[in-house]
Design a binder for this molecule. Structure first.
Ligand code: GN1
Ligand code: MG
Length: 374
């Protein structure tokens, strides 16, 4: 990973509508895809923080479309919040700082795309959930986000990564990586490979339900990791949803499933002690309560039926992606140690097993909650 110095960032920032000098800057280690820096500027005599981010062009082939989506989505949410008379709107929705000639991104001399956001103060994100209150807030935060976008007018949003959560295509890519075994790593992942093959039937379930019209397309976030919702430092309430690169047409269940994947286990995504990885029912209940209180009334019966399944599917699908990347030489997700993507795949599959054991009980939890919110 390239590390940008403060003076290089200063050069980049001069392209944007920021009129101060950098006091300090640091690289932000969260996220596996883009390169992110948090920089403090002296502006009008007080320190103001901004986020500079280089968009990963290998992952996002059309960064201009990513930014077009983000401008529409954040603009719409801002309008909604202002109409509601909400305070502190710049802490509740991401603010894109335009370039000095009014563009949402700056393209540098290497052809890299940079964007700048206002840094949201007095919030933080967590890599692992610490309490049921946090789980409720995560559910509420992403639920509200989805609600805010139901009346977004105009053309369909761009698919910034086509077939992003298409679990059948993800499975086929995994199969191809096993067959190619380009890096001779399959022998180290035999158990995981077999685990995935035994669950192939799962990958078509939601795609089939979508085909028959049981499940509608909606505007969704598509990367609802727990660390993508910022919680207020003082109140612990969900303030702002971040990482909007994959906001596009999708399934409500993808968003919910990815929350289950990232918000119910006490462990990190790359936990090595698999005995610690588990789907905890109290976290599932809290998360579901938060999410369904917001969006439950607008979901179809089929969507509600698949709520417990969705967590299992997302854990399997993201696990397949980690495993595929491991087998293919670690070119997609940033890794910090050998075998990192394999470790990540293992935790996902452990979570799949944990959900399999509890799926029935999870269904009862969903029913109980729906009785209260509908
Ligand atoms: C990536 O970079 P980050 O952590 O926001 C990935 C998600 C995965 C996630 C797994 C564009 O998100 O789909 O669920 O890693 N984002 C993209 O941690 O591929
Ligand atoms: Mg992301």
């Amino acid at each position: 990973m390239t590390g940008y110095s403060e003076s290089q960032l200063q050069g980049i920032s001069r392209q944007f509508q920021i009129y101060g000098e950098i006091l300090r800057a640091e690289a932000c280690k969260i996220g596996h895809i883009n390169e992110t820096y948090i920089a403090t500027y002296g502006q009008g005599g007080i320190p103001v923080r901004y986020v500079h981010q280089k968009i990963n062009k290998n992952v996002f082939k059309k960064p201009d479309e990513v930014m077009e989506n983000i401008m529409r989505v954040t603009g719409h949410i801002r309008d909604r919040l202002e109409d509601l008379g909400e305070k502190e709107v710049t802490r509740k929705v991401i603010t894109v700082i335009p370039t000095r000639n009014g563009q949402p991104y700056y393209r540098d001399e290497n052809g890299d795309y940079w964007r700048t956001f206002l840094f949201v103060e007095n919030v933080r994100s967590y890599e692992a959930v610490e309490s049921t209150e946090q789980a409720i807030e995560a559910g509420r935060g992403f639920g509200k986000f989805q609600n805010c976008l139901v009346d977004l007018q105009g053309e369909r949003l761009h698919e910034t990564i086509p077939f992003f959560h298409h679990s059948r295509k993800r499975f086929e890519a995994f199969k191809a990586a096993v067959e190619a075994d380009k890096y001779r790593r399959a022998e180290h992942a035999m158990r995981e490979i077999e685990f995935a093959f035994r669950r192939e039937a799962m990958v078509d379930v939601l795609l089939d339900a979508m085909e028959t019209g049981e499940i509608p397309e909606r505007i969704t976030h598509n990367d609802t990791k727990f660390n993508n919702v910022l919680l207020d430092l003082r109140t612990g309430k969900a303030m702002c949803v971040v990482d909007l690169d994959t906001v596009m047409p999708g399934l409500a269940l993808y968003d919910f499933g990815d929350m289950v994947r990232t918000t119910t286990s006490p462990t990190l995504e790359d936990e090595k002690d698999l005995n610690r990885v588990e789907m905890r029912m109290e976290m599932f209940e809290a998360l579901t309560r938060g999410f369904l209180t917001e969006v439950g009334p607008s979901l179809t019966p089929a969507e509600i039926r698949y709520v417990p399944f969705s967590g299992k599917l997302m854990a399997l699908t993201i696990g397949l992606r980690f495993l595929t990347d491991y087998l293919s030489g670690d070119f997609y997700f940033r890794v910090h140690r050998p075998g990192h993507n394999l470790d990540r795949a293992r935790t996902q599959f452990k979570l799949v097993e944990s959900i399999e054991r509890q799926e029935e009980e999870m269904g009862k939890v969903v029913e109980r909650i729906m009785d209260r919110v509908s």
